[in-house]
Design a protein around this ligand. Structure first.
Ligand SMILES: Nc1ncnc2c1ncn2[C@@H]1O[C@H](COP(=O)(O)OP(=O)(O)OP(=O)(O)O)[C@@H](O)[C@H]1O
Length: 515
């Protein structure tokens, strides 16, 4: 929607500005493809016609609550509208039936009270101010009226507020479909209360977000034919395993490690832990504490949350034994065995951590050592045992730590699901997909690339389901921002054509990269 060469002097426009992204002004001179704009800030900018966008001089100063009402739907117009609303504490805006949330970075409890939920009950989308409750209500109504299961997709870059929005959607669905439990806690209460447990083991501090979910989550709320919640299931995928043994400043590892290091003295003794600075998996970054978070209190509240979701105290002990064992595993260093290609624990310290890890995992110390320092290959005819050098043993140690941790996470999710209970006879369900946040660093690790690829694939799928022109526009800009990563991913795709992508998605990525 850029201006053509026929742009008239006197038109109101948006031009790109290195400081404030987009700045508005008036065209004062047109010279072929070059347009001179006198900006409202007072400075004059000469820009190419392709980078100049029309501005609607009649747009309301406080913005519009649905961006389909905008005269021009382009990046500066959309951003300006969101900015105007944000300045008035209006953090939600519609684009058709899509809700855009801008992170307020402050608690706004009045927006999420019971009174608000009551207001949105049965209201048509757009009748009241944009709100996640309206989206949840619309999904619930459609499920009831049309008898079709629904899905809500929550997407955005890391730190945008996806998890918070997901919680609000769940809160509303629980309000609409909840029931008084005959005994114990209701399904919806258990789903909401499982959040702290999942967050303790699956969330970490990243550059963008102090409580970033490092896994994808699909929460399935099951309903009976009267629209009452009858069961639920939480499905998680793609836990960022590499974080267990590799973190960079100023990020942190998963919260549970720091909580356990801040546990009461009795537990510290039991798990032979101490200062997080002494553990290799934690001391690769200088960040140990989070502003406003007391890890010792978090440890106790995670234990309480575990009680609530039905994890017994023996199981809790086993869980934290595994967490502690991972930390001890990370402190085992290896040295070369003289006159051989093999390796062994480097010193008494490493032996101590090996023994402690073995005790905590309840396995034989020698077997654990062998599993780290040797590789067993089974062929059709024989079993070959190969000794590993110190570097290979270190890799093997990290691989074990990652797999043990991710199995622990899967176990936790299964346990929570068993405790919540699913309804095999449910009539419909509403699924809420909290997609992994898109990230792009100066240097992207392969895993980041893969997760972004997964994220994009979900977005592309969604775009195919909801081909609204505005949505496509928004996606195009997401793709633009992700172009560098996309290029790498596309190259990866050429190298590994068997990547699990649908053919039409590969085509879309190709067009996004090379158009
Ligand atoms: N509606 C909101 N009200 C108040 N604070 C919010 C809201 N949305 C987000 N926040 C704040 O922003 C932080 C990041 O939000 P959230 O964890 O939901 O992001 P995310 O998109 O899920 O990120 P990631 O992909 O990294 O997990 C929250 O911890 C919270 O402090």
């Amino acid at each position: 929607m850029t201006f053509s060469a026929s742009t008239a002097v006197g038109s109101h426009v948006w031009v790109e500005d290195p400081e404030v992204a987009w700045i508005d002004g008036e065209v004062v001179e047109v010279n072929g493809e070059e347009i001179k704009v006198l900006c409202t800030s007072g400075k004059a900018i000469v820009a190419n016609a392709a980078n100049v966008y029309p501005k609607d001089p009649d747009a309301p100063p406080c913005g519009v609550d649905d961006m389909t009402k905008l005269a021009y739907l382009h990046e500066p117009g959309v951003l300006h509208n969101l900015r105007c609303r944000y300045d008035m504490n209006e953090i939600y805006t519609y684009t058709g039936n899509i809700l855009i949330a801008v992170n307020p970075f402050q608690r706004l409890p009045h927006l999420y009270s019971n009174h608000m939920m009551e207001q949105y009950k049965g209201m048509t989308l757009g009748e009241l101010s944009p709100h996640p409750f309206a989206i949840a209500d619309s999904a619930y109504r459609q499920m009831i009226n049309e008898g079709i299961s629904q899905a809500i997709l929550v997407s955005g870059e890391s730190g945008a507020g996806k998890t918070e929005s997901t919680k609000m959607l769940m809160q509303y669905l629980a309000y609409m479909g909840g029931r008084v439990a005959a005994e114990g806690r209701t399904v919806e209460q258990q789903v909401l209360e499982s959040n702290p447990v999942l967050e303790a083991f699956g969330n970490a501090k990243t550059v963008r977000n102090n409580n970033s979910s490092r896994f994808g989550k699909f929460v399935e709320i099951q309903f009976n034919n009267r629209g009452r919640i009858s069961g639920a299931a939480i499905r998680t995928y793609l836990l960022e395993r590499s974080r267990v043994c590799q973190i960079s400043d100023p990020e942190r590892n998963y919260h549970c490690f720091y909580m356990l290091c801040a546990a009461p003295e009795e537990d510290i003794q039991k798990y032979k832990l101490g200062n997080p600075r002494t553990f290799r998996y934690l001391n690769q970054s200088n960040c140990y504490e989070l502003d406003g978070v007391d890890d010792s209190k978090e440890y106790l509240s995670t234990r309480r949350a575990m009680d609530v979701v039905g994890i017994s105290s023996d199981e809790q002990d086993a869980i934290f034994r595994v967490v502690a064992a991972v930390l001890h595993l990370g402190n085992i260093e290896f040295k070369k065995v003289s006159e051989s290609d093999g390796s062994e624990p480097k010193d008494d310290q490493s032996r101590f951590h090996l023994k402690t890890a073995a005790d905590l995992l309840m396995c034989n110390e020698k077997s654990l050592e062998d599993s780290l320092c040797k590789r067993v290959m089974v062929t059709r005819d024989e079993t070959i045992t190969k000794s590993l050098d110190p570097d290979a043993a270190t890799t093997s140690r990290d691989a074990l730590a990652k797999i043990v941790y991710s199995r622990l996470f899967d176990w936790l999710v299964n346990k929570i699901n068993r405790s919540i209970g699913q309804d095999p006879d449910s009539k419909f369900l509403i699924g809420v997909l909290d997609i992994y946040g898109f990230e792009s660093f100066k240097t992207n690790r392969c895993l980041t690339g893969m997760l972004n690829l997964h994220h994009l694939q979900r977005l592309i799928s969604f775009r195919m389901l909801a081909p609204s022109s505005t949505y496509l526009y928004k996606q195009k800009n997401i793709f633009k921002a992700a172009l560098n990563t996309l290029h790498i991913l596309y190259e990866l795709l050429l190298l590994f054509p068997t990547l699990p992508l649908k053919p039409e998605h590969k085509g879309y990525m190709f067009r996004a990269c090379y158009k």
